[in-house]
Design a protein around this ligand. Structure first.
Ligand code: F6P
Length: 255
């Protein structure tokens, strides 16, 4: 019974990966129970990472509750030791467990690896960015971003993420008027995956992301079907998506 369930999901993933134009889609059962499916997605994500990473690999991570569950699962996932983890951007207020720096530190502790902190606020004043780029710790992070083997990232609804980041009403209205549909890495995207707004931030940028051999997106829940579809419109072709059945079926219905 269980094997039949997962076999069906494998076919679902294959169909979806063709539609999305990405390398692979891994679908876990369920979707209504967010905690349970996050745990399952995290296990699948760790399984994938264990297969492609090795000692010395560099892995960047974004924040968010879904990527945080990957760190929870990593303890028993058999990832190779000696991986270097780095936050893909700086810190925000809110749940400390969902911060990229914390997730990088937890992954390093769970797998016998190391981590490089990026101790910056996630959003910066425009005038701060130039001088901060001269900081040795930021230069070290930039060097690691240029050599990153795998990025583990979440995908969210644009307006929800903007609210989570404390955007004011004017910004929210502007994003809505421009058709903001998805958010990933601090980029706000419309339904075609085009960037309509970007956080003023220092972190992994779009051209670095395009060059990463193993971009791993982890996002599920029926309500994320729209944001995932939007993000995948212009995602790197080598992207692997780990999602759940509810999001996968809704994506097929919408596309
Ligand atoms: O804020 C970091 C981030 O990875 C966003 O880029 C993404 O949209 C969001 O978290 C996903 O959060 P969650 O996994 O909690 O839905």
């Amino acid at each position: 019974q269980v094997i039949r369930q997962w076999t069906g999901l494998e076919e679902l993933g294959t169909e979806l990966s063709r539609k999305l134009g990405i390398q692979k889609v891994m679908v876990v059962p369920g979707g209504d129970d967010h905690d349970l499916t996050k745990h399952r997605m995290a296990r699948s994500a760790c399984g994938y990472m264990a297969g492609v990473l090795q000692e010395g690999s560099i892995v960047a991570v974004t924040g968010g509750s879904t990527v945080a569950s990957v760190a929870d699962e990593a303890v028993t996932a058999g990832l190779p030791a000696g991986i270097r983890f780095i936050a893909a951007r700086g810190g925000t207020s809110g749940d400390v467990k969902s911060q990229a720096n914390m997730i990088a530190a937890m992954l390093a502790a769970a797998t016998g690896g190391d981590w490089t902190p990026l101790h910056l606020p996630e959003t910066l004043a425009e005038t701060s960015i130039g001088p901060l780029m001269e900081e040795p710790s930021v230069m070290e992070a930039m060097d690691l971003y240029n050599r990153t083997d795998c990025i583990v990232h979440g995908i969210g609804d644009a307006l929800e993420l903007a609210r989570r980041r404390g955007a004011d009403e004017a910004t929210l209205e502007k994003l809505a008027a421009e058709g903001a549909a998805a958010e990933a890495f601090g980029y706000y995207l419309d339904r075609d995956g085009s960037v309509i707004h970007r956080l003023l931030t220092i972190g992994l940028n779009r051209s670095q992301i395009d060059r990463i051999p193993h971009p791993l997106a982890v996002a599920g829940g029926k309500e994320k079907a729209g944001p995932i579809l939007a993000y995948m419109k212009q995602a790197p072709g080598q992207t692997v998506l780990v999602t759940d059945e509810a999001a996968a079926r809704e994506m097929l219905r919408l596309s």
